[in-house]
Design a protein around this ligand. Structure first.
Ligand SMILES: [Zn+2]
Length: 454
């Protein structure tokens, strides 16, 4: 018995490694169901606060809704530089249990993977950031700046968490730089490694088309049939080649991508893409070949919802479509609506903004800051052959709200994408245990490179 106790206390004395701690936080966070809606992020917030408290790190729970609190904690460093913000959201999108082969909130381990909603988006990042903050505290690291940890609520739906913090607690999260979700690492088929640093985002700009015509009996076709006008309008918008715009990020993106074997075909097109007189036509060639690249060049339109009619023999007097439009950050909403009206060119159709969430459109974060350079350096240290490619993501994150406040925000390329296509928001979301470890190491190196006093 005494021997047993001795062994136990020896184990307790042995500090938990960074990898073990990350894994423990990760599994615990996956098991807290923070599906949004309704979110209930406070269960995660309290967990994070309690874990940090054990390590002597004070964390504040903040927010406008007691069920949906954010967590902010700060490691004090020198005042020579402005703080570094480590951000990750604690909510996840809902999981449909019937479509999963494993439980979505059990953090089940199978074949080297851990499964669970949020494994990729983005409890892996949240766990790694927490564990690194604790690691730096244990090591008594000499920091040249404060490091702020932010676990935010409601990223997946209304972004109410980050907006509340910006309005009510800005000084607690204000920083020179932010490391956020949205970046990633990939391996191409021939084994080349790509580090995607997310510096920019397209802006969700939902549009409603409303067609109006005369109602009547289906036996008598009418020229002003609202359904027919609506389908014409949708067809015109989805077939139109939208104008092309490059920004600092997408320009570099195409240049770096063209160096990869898989994208060598881009090389002869690069100069033409940069030339105003040949740009549009060149973009059409690129876009027709690869829709992913098309989305980097222009505002895109996907019709996703339709509403019309209630009986097959009754012509309705109104038909409606919803379009998922992803706008280039360099365009205004008004420019998009105006262009759509011109393309549709039909007085029977109204082009309307969908009411609701309005995400800010911002310039890309700079490719020359110390943090961007630190990420580049760590990436090349990890793999001297790596391609480092800044990206504008098609999807939106809460990083856009911080960029709008003037903060440089980078989606950090820590975790390798284990599955193609990725499983974020998909079924059987999962991450390899080795990916979690390696990503945590990369993240730690980036944070050390920007925040350690040397
Ligand atoms: Zn996310």
């Amino acid at each position: 018995m005494r021997f047993f106790l001795l062994v136990l206390s020896a184990c307790a004395l042995q500090a938990e490694s960074l990898h073990d701690r990350t894994l423990r936080y990760f599994i615990d966070l996956l098991r807290l169901n923070t599906s949004n809606p309704p979110g209930n992020e406070t269960i995660a917030a309290k967990y994070i606060q309690a874990e940090l408290k054990k390590e002597g790190i004070a964390a504040e729970l903040l927010g406008g809704d007691p069920n949906r609190l954010n967590v902010v904690a700060r490691l004090k460093g020198g005042s020579a530089y402005r703080p570094l913000l480590l951000m990750a959201h604690s909510d996840v999108v809902p999981a449909e249990p019937k479509l999963w082969t494993v439980p979505a909130f059990d953090a089940m381990r199978k074949d080297g993977f851990i499964y669970g909603r949020g494994a990729v988006d983005t409890k892996s990042l949240l766990a790694a950031e927490m564990a690194i903050v604790v690691e730096l505290k244990h090591r008594n690291a000499r920091l040249n700046r404060d490091i702020i940890l932010l676990s935010e609520a409601d990223e997946e739906a209304g972004s109410t968490g980050i907006q509340w913090l910006i309005r009510n607690a800005w000084s607690k999260i204000d920083a020179e730089f932010c490391l956020n979700e949205g970046g990633g690492r990939m391996k191409t088929e021939d084994g080349a490694e790509i580090f995607n640093i997310q510096t920019s985002e397209k802006v969700p700009t939902r549009v409603i088309l409303v067609a109006r015509g005369s109602a009547g009996h289906g036996s008598l076709p009418r020229k002003d049939n609202a359904v027919a006008h609506l389908s014409d309008a949708i067809s015109k918008l989805t077939r139109a080649y939208m104008p092309v715009q490059l920004n600092t990020t997408t320009r570099r993106y195409f240049r770096e991508l063209a160096k990869l074997d898989e994208y060598k075909w881009l090389q002869p097109l690069l100069a033409r893409l940069d030339n105003a007189t040949t740009q549009f036509e060149t973009a059409n060639t690129i876009g027709d070949r690869d829709p992913e690249l098309d989305a980097q060049l222009r505002t895109t339109v996907s019709p996703t919802m339709l509403r019309a009619g209630m009986k097959v023999n009754v012509i309705p007097n109104q038909a409606e479509a919803q379009l998922d439009v992803r706008r280039l950050p360099g365009e205004t909403k008004e420019e998009v609506y105006e262009r759509f009206r011109k393309i549709v060119n039909d007085p029977a159709i109204e082009v309307l903004p969908e009411p609701g969430q309005d995400m800010p459109a911002t310039e890309p974060s700079s490719l020359t800051t110390d943090l961007y350079k630190a990420i580049e350096k760590v990436a090349l240290g990890h793999n001297p052959q790596a391609s480092i490619i800044p990206t504008m993501s098609r999807g939106a994150t809460d990083g856009a709200f911080l960029r709008a406040k003037g903060m440089a925000v980078y989606g950090v390329p820590a975790f390798l994408r284990d599955d193609k296509p990725g499983r974020a928001h998909g079924n059987d979301e999962r991450i390899r245990v080795t990916t979690l470890r390696e990503g945590t190491d990369i993240l730690l190196k980036v944070i050390e490179a920007i925040a350690l006093t040397n």
